[in-house]
Design a protein around this ligand. Structure first.
Ligand code: PLP
Length: 444
């Protein structure tokens, strides 16, 4: 059974972000079921999901309340659209809930089916906003090198992943990127806070190069996720905010990963005190049980779009899908009643920080960092104290060993990442750290 499905998978299924040829005889791992913070493969192995799926299963697996919410909504109204002067209860209730949870000045939401679609929406909204303000020349959007904002043409263009830019032809014009605040990777020879200020200064230089009157927005993740769980130095965000205010440039904070408790607040923007104009969201919004995303829109942009904009020719068949919205609403209610976010902030985040830091003494680890329930290990060659030769693919090796030991860790080059479900316990965090150490030992 297992082998035949894996063979069929290889025969017919083109996977995202996968080197097909390199899959080899073994094929892909077949995951059959999941419970709590564990996934189970076709051979019955139990694996601690240190990545909450793809940074999304925040409430953990097997939540009957979410299953019931989906089933009830499917019976009641499985689909209707939110176009052309129609709406339905789940979309309305979810919109109200999101605006209540979001920072005060974010009082509208536009629904999408994913994080990528949310960022496509952001790009069109930002440019439309400035056109309506009578400043159509304000069109440039600045992202960051190694930032990730999705895989559609606009998402890929806003992101700063060079290998993505190299494939599939040119991206959207009028988008450029500045350096990322990745101290371990790019600034280790300097004081971290000086480095953070330098990265913000690079943003200002870029704005001046483009011409301040032509820059519409800056987009960034509070903490870069897919780029390598990169927590910026403390000096970074305040300096960036000052630059954007100086030139009247909109701030878009991509909360697709950091939103919904990952950093111990409902939004990463709250942790870093960012007050964004626009906030794309997805993933943890429904704990990944069904696909849904959106853009939370601040009053400044919403007022202009509503008062001056007329019809915005934009939207998706599944914008505010009733079943997805019902599940997302239930997910948020459960997070509230169970105090999930507060527990990450007060208990689990600090506990992970203490336990994860113990891995810093491993000869293969150059830095062990974490914030909330997101952590990274920077692998180094103990012989040199520098990065391994790329050809060794040490990160991928460590990831595969970790999986065999019963822990999902992700590798981004030689950066090992974890972002477990937010319902993990302290004992399970102990297990996670033990399994990570075993994987490091075997990689060494
Ligand atoms: N933005 C960020 C910060 C992400 O991490 C991701 C996905 O990982 C996206 C956007 C794209 O979301 P999706 O894969 O739902 O399109």
């Amino acid at each position: 059974m297992t082998h035949s499905l894996q063979a069929l998978d290889r025969a017919y299924h083109l996977h995202p972000f996968t080197d097909f040829k390199a899959l080899g005889e073994e094929g892909s791992r077949l995951i059959e079921r999941a419970e709590g913070v564990y996934i189970f493969d076709a051979e019955g192995n139990r694996i601690l999901d240190g990545m909450a799926g793809l940074w999304c299963v925040n409430l953990g697996y097997g939540r009957e309340e979410l299953v019931t919410a989906a089933a009830e909504q499917m019976r009641q109204l499985p689909y209707y659209n939110t176009f052309f002067k129609t709406t339905h209860p789940p979309a309305v209730k979810l919109a109200e809930k999101l605006c209540a949870l979001a920072p005060e000045h974010l009082n509208h939401v536009f629904f999408t089916g994913s994080g990528s679609e949310a960022n496509d929406t952001v790009l069109r909204m930002v440019r439309r906003y400035w056109a309506l303000e009578g400043r159509p020349e304000k069109q440039w959007v600045i992202g960051r090198e190694n930032g990730y904002h999705g895989s559609t043409v606009a998402g890929m263009s806003l992101g700063g992943m060079a290998p993505m830019h190299d494939q599939g032809g040119p991206g959207v014009p009028g988008i450029t990127h500045v350096r990322q605040p990745y101290w371990f990777g790019e600034g280790r020879d300097q004081d971290p806070e000086a480095f953070g200020r330098q990265c913000a200064a690079a943003l200002e230089t870029k704005i001046q190069e483009l011409g301040e009157a032509r820059v519409a927005a800056f987009i960034a993740e509070p903490v870069q996720g897919a780029g390598g769980a990169i927590m910026p130095p403390e000096s970074y965000w305040p300096a960036v905010k000052a630059v954007l205010a100086k030139y009247d440039i909109l701030l878009v904070v991509d909360e697709v990963i950091c939103g919904f408790g990952r950093l111990g607040e409902w939004f990463g923007s709250v942790h870093f005190d960012l007050a964004p104009d626009l906030m794309p969201i997805a993933k943890g919004l429904s704990s990944g049980y069904l696909p849904i995303g959106g853009v939370l829109v601040g009053d400044r942009v919403a007022d202009t779009l509503i008062e001056e904009g007329g019809e915005f020719f934009h939207g998706f068949t599944y914008s505010g899908h009733p079943v997805c919205a019902a599940v997302a609403l239930k997910n948020l209610e459960l997070m509230e009643t169970e105090g999930v976010v507060e527990r990450v902030r007060d208990e689990l985040g600090p506990y992970l920080a203490r336990r994860w830091a113990t891995l810093g003494d491993h000869p293969l680890v150059g830095e062990a960092r974490s914030l909330g329930l997101m952590g990274a290990l920077e692998l180094i060659d103990p012989a040199t104290g520098e990065r391994f030769d790329k050809a060794l693919a040490a990160g991928n090796l460590c990831r595969d060993i970790s999986f065999r030991h019963g822990l999902v860790m992700r590798s981004v080059g030689d950066t090992m990442i974890i972002a477990p479900p937010l319902v993990i316990t302290c004992e399970q965090i102990d297990d996670l750290v033990t399994l990570a150490r075993e994987a490091l030992d075997e990689t060494a």
